[in-house]
Structures are given as structure tokens and as C-alpha cells.
Design a protein around this ligand. Structure first.
Ligand SMILES: [Zn+2]
Ligand SMILES: [Zn+2]
Length: 193
């Protein structure tokens, strides 16, 4: 069952009353469902986020303004341990009744008019999750690191080098330099007594 006056964790809001009344407003709080959304792997939404949702009836359509901070986790680019980010999101999405939406020209639906995209109202409800996921991806940093200067995994044995060095020889050097190193190692140490 859908709560009449709230946003479900899945981002669904019943807008039956708002649809018809131009200028009607409702302010709600949304705690988005935690976890990984299909198609948006490996981003994981953490539990306990709260977003402010303002809904405005436009007469046959509804505008949703969503803002807040969402904590998400990506695997660290270097060691795959969780790398958390707090992403600030702010987006506006408009929802039109299905027959209105069907008649809308594609450029309008896609926000080419004023940057606000449209989705259909389905069964007198709107779904805020797809727009949230798009906003999170836009807000996400290009690099995900579990800590500044993460040392990553050894490419040979896979050990997490943040926990300490491994026994692998990391790089095969130039054989001529290796030969020189051997010669130098064999020379008596000039500082030795
Ligand atoms: Zn890392
Ligand atoms: Zn190693």
C-alpha cells in the first residue's frame, strides 16, 4: 500500500491531490532505499540519508524539487575497499499526466526548453528514484579513493599494500643496471673500517 502523504523508500509519492490543483504545495522528507540500484552498480547508497522534497501542483502536472546530501560508497579505484562520498544533490523533475506526457514533443520531455526533464505520472504517483540516481552519478567524483594516497593492491600477489609491503619484486629492472648493482654490491664498502 502506498502512503498518502509521504515518499516511499523507492521514491514513489501519491500525487492525486496535487495533480489537479495549480499552486498546491507539499513538503516531504525522503529517506532513499539503501543499497545498489540495478544499472548503477557498483555505487551503493548508504542507509540513513534524508532528502527534502518539495512538490508543487501545476494543474495536470507536478513539479518535484529534491535537495540534500546522500552518502554513497564506491569501491576504491586502487584497493577495492569501500570509498565513501557525501554527494550534494539538487534537482527538479516534472511529471505530467500520461495523456499530456504522450503529446509532449521530445525536446520538451528531455528538458531542452528550460533544463527540466519530464516523466509521466503513473497511476496517480510519481517516481523520484531515476532522477536521484542520475543526479548522484553526475555529482560523484571521477576518482574513488578509500583514503588519500591509497597504495592499492600488489599487481603480482594481490596483497593490500596499505597493510604493509609484500614479498614480490615489484619491477623487473634493466638487466644492465642489475648487473651494475651486483658489481656495486660486491665492492668493499668505502666507509667500512
Ligand atoms: Zn584504497
Ligand atoms: Zn606482491
Amino acid at each position: 500500500m502506498r502512503p498518502d502523504m509521504g515518499v516511499t523508500p523507492e521514491g514513489v509519492v501519491d500525487v492525486r491531490e496535487l495533480e489537479a490543483t495549480r499552486g498546491a504545495e507539499r513538503a516531504l522528507t525522503w529517506s532513499p532505499r539503501a543499497g545498489v540500484a540495478r544499472g548503477y552498480e557498483p555505487m551503493r547508497i548508504e542507509p540513513g540519508n534524508e532528502l527534502a522534497v518539495r512538490l508543487v501542483g501545476l494543474g495536470g502536472s507536478v513539479e518535484a524539487q529534491v535537495s540534500g546530501v546522500v552518502r554513497v560508497v564506491f569501491p576504491c579505484d586502487r584497493c577495492l575497499e569501500p570509498a565513501e562520498s557525501a554527494l550534494r544533490v539538487r534537482f527538479t523533475e516534472r511529471f505530467a499526466e500520461p495523456d499530456v506526457f504522450a503529446r509532449m514533443p521530445a525536446p520538451v520531455r528531455e528538458g531542452e526548453e528550460d533544463g527540466v526533464t519530464w516523466s509521466p505520472i503513473e497511476d496517480h504517483a510519481i517516481d523520484l528514484f531515476p532522477a536521484l540516481l542520475r543526479s548522484l552519478l553526475l555529482a560523484a567524483p571521477a576518482k574513488h579513493l578509500c583514503r588519500p594516497g591509497c597504495l592499492g593492491l600488489c599487481p603480482v600477489c594481490g596483497k593490500d599494500l596499505n597493510e604493509g609491503p609484500c614479498a614480490c619484486r615489484r619491477e623487473r629492472g634493466d638487466p644492465r643496471l642489475e648487473a651494475l648493482a651486483d658489481v656495486l654490491r660486491d665492492l668493499p664498502d668505502a666507509d667500512a673500517p
